[in-house]
Design a protein around this ligand. Structure first.
Ligand code: PEP
Ligand code: MG
Length: 591
């Protein structure tokens, strides 16, 4: 195509030739793409300055691959030049940088991606509107496990309360769905179905756009650019895999997440939060009946209805993971989280199962806790109601036998959460082994499995040697470990952590990047004590920090075996793990 103007080459061939000569020289001297400023006066070329050129993630991968091919840089140098966090741009839709935008509010960048949609305020509406072919953004003060279906249906999630490890943030990241959390500048009124920000009053059905990578919320619709993974991405990922020693697993609770995780190169599941399997419309009422049961026999009846559902869930995960380890964490959250909250929900539920409304309400009240994060949750549930874990272990063992029968390989790892003293783990390990052996005997099938624990409490880290006596592996739950070490509520700290970071009291949000001096120190102590009795004790991390590049560098340095993160962060973790190894080696060579 003929250009409507003449090129520099045609206009001033001599200056052009000089420019090519200089930029080629500069690029090979600095061994990197340059951002050059020059001027031409009276046909004479003057070079003004040269800087390392800024680049998008896509360009960074292309430049790195080209420079390796041109033998300008080594593979290791190439990997060090790509910012792992920038890969987010390639894995999620992003907002078109050239679009006009009106900023409405800014919250926490809880899960990346750019998405527009019509505002809805309830999970039910998100599902209904999606079924009608509409795109919605689910706006809530905070989300709870009951909102899962709405979160699945929505394009993105906006919450006004909660931090980077709040329910909305963790679940959205797992789904690869964009989320802005803890956006205190937005005021939500469920009654009038409106949200207010910067003087605007938006009603149900109005359009907004979220940028989950920056935490920004915009008025109206903004054009997005779809992600695309090209050959350079695959090539860089392969190089990273050859270098890194830290394994990368995924936090995945559904077959969809597990398949995504494999696609992104996860080497197993490091955390399957089994409570996330209980919220399907077909099973939540069964779970509720189990919780409301007054007698053990009634509870066991409900559990026996849940068993086949869990068995097929686990079977599916084992199948997708195709021999890679699958860490199944037994039930963790307090039971009241599963119960209906509003009066209407309680009435509907009572009617569905033919019970008295009063009875439901009284039970919900009786289970209420002032501080559920430190209450009757984690393994404490199974100390009081062992039949719950028994059912889950039975389902895992049955699914494992099914796999063996089909001639398929599997590596189940059963994980007990929130252990504070060795006696808890000793008791629940015995329960687990007894149940597995019981199933193995009935089925006349054997399979290998591990029983381990999460280290989520300071006491557990400080007494890890005693805990390790009953564990085949440790997985650091750094979300809870951060919460309990810093005394910061995961669900409430979002309101003030922003000020802590902007005022420089914290360099980074400790729920995003591990607090090396405090929480990190406990991780280090936990590993050292844990490996005292068994130097080969397998140790990983499955808190949100497992997908954060700076934290991954720390985990590599303290000798963890693996990190586990949401499926969409697996590529980031693979690259970050490789870079950590390279930097570590370079440092050792220097010393
Ligand atoms: C953790 O506490 O780090 C963890 C992974 O468990 P959860 O986030 O489910 O509490
Ligand atoms: Mg936890």
């Amino acid at each position: 195509m003929a250009l409507p103007f003449k090129s520099l080459e045609e206009l001033m061939p001599a200056a052009y030739a000089k420019l090519v000569e200089f930029y080629t020289k500069l690029e090979s001297h600095y061994r990197d793409m340059q951002d050059i400023e020059f001027t031409i006066e009276s046909s004479k070329l003057w070079m003004l300055q040269t800087l390392t050129g800024k680049r998008t993630a896509k360009a960074a991968l292309k430049i790195a691959c080209d420079m390796i091919d041109e033998k300008l840089i080594t593979q290791e140098e190439a990997l060090l030049r790509i910012d792992p966090a920038s890969l987010d741009q390639l894995l999620h839709p992003t907002l078109d940088p050239h679009s006009q935008k009106t900023l409405l509010a800014k919250g926490l960048p809880a899960s990346p991606g750019g998405m527009s949609g019509q505002i809805v305020f309830t999970s039910e509406e998100a599902v209904d509107w999606k079924e009608k072919g509409l795109k919605v953004i689910l706006v809530r003060v905070e989300t709870s496990p009951e909102d899962i279906a709405g979160m699945v249906a929505a394009q993105g999630i906006l919450t006004t309360r909660g931090g980077m490890t709040s329910h909305a943030a963790v679940v959205a990241r797992g789904m690869g769905k964009c989320c802005v959390a803890g956006c205190g500048e937005v005021e939500v009124d469920y009654r009038t179905e409106t949200m207010k920000a910067k003087g605007y009053v938006l009603k149900k059905g109005d359009l907004i756009t979220l940028d989950g990578g920056t935490g920004e919320v915009f008025l109206g619709e903004v054009k997005t650019i779809d992600p695309r993974l090209d050959a350079e991405f695959e090539r860089i990922m392969k190089m990273a895999d050859q270098v890194r020693t830290l394994k990368v697993r995924a936090n995945a609770d559904t077959p969809k997440d597990a398949a995504k995780a494999r696609e992104f190169g996860a080497e197993g599941i490091g955390l399957c939060r089994t409570e996330h399997m209980f919220f399907g419309a077909d099973r939540i009422d069964v779970v509720r009946e189990m919780i409301l049961a007054d007698a053990k026999t009634d509870r066991e009846k409900s559990l026996s209805r849940l068993l086949p559902m869990q068995r097929s869930d686990f079977h599916e995960l084992f199948r997708i993971m195709d021999g890679f380890p699958v860490t199944i964490r037994l039930l963790d959250p307090p039971l009241h989280e599963f119960l209906p909250h509003s009066e209407q929900e309680m009435k509907d539920f009572a009617k569905r199962i033919g019970w008295d409304f009063e009875r439901v309400r009284n039970k919900v009240r009786a289970l209420h806790e002032f501080n559920p994060m430190l209450g009757h949750r984690g393994c404490r549930l199974a100390i009081t109601y062992p039949e719950i874990y028994q059912m889950q272990v039975h389902a895992i063992a049955q699914a494992a036998c099914d796999m063996v029968q089909e001639g398929k390989s599997l590596t189940p790892e059963i994980m007990i959460p929130l252990v504070m003293v060795p006696q808890e783990l000793e008791t629940l390990r015995a329960l687990t082994i007894k149940e597995v052996e019981h199933v193995q005997e009935i089925r006349k099938i054997k399979f290998d499995y591990l029983v381990g624990t999460m280290i989520e409490l300071p006491r557990a880290a400080l007494t890890a040697d005693a805990i390790a006596e009953h564990a085949d592996f440790f997985s650091f739950g750094t979300n809870d470990l951060t919460q309990t070490t810093l005394g910061l509520s995961r669900d409430d700290a979002g309101r003030f952590l922003g000020t802590y970071v902007s005022d420089g009291i914290f360099a980074k949000d400790p729920f995003v990047t591990i607090d090396k001096k405090g929480v990190g120190q406990l991780v280090k102590i936990g590993i050292d004590l844990g490996r005292r009795g068994d130097p080969k004790l397998k140790v990983g991390v499955c808190g949100e920090h497992g997908g954060d590049p700076e934290s991954i560098e720390f985990f590599h340095s303290v000798g963890l075996d693996y990190v586990s993160c949401s499926p969409y962060r697996v590529p980031i973790a693979r690259l970050a793990a490789a870079r950590s190894k390279i930097m570590d080696t370079n440092q050792k060579v220097k010393n």
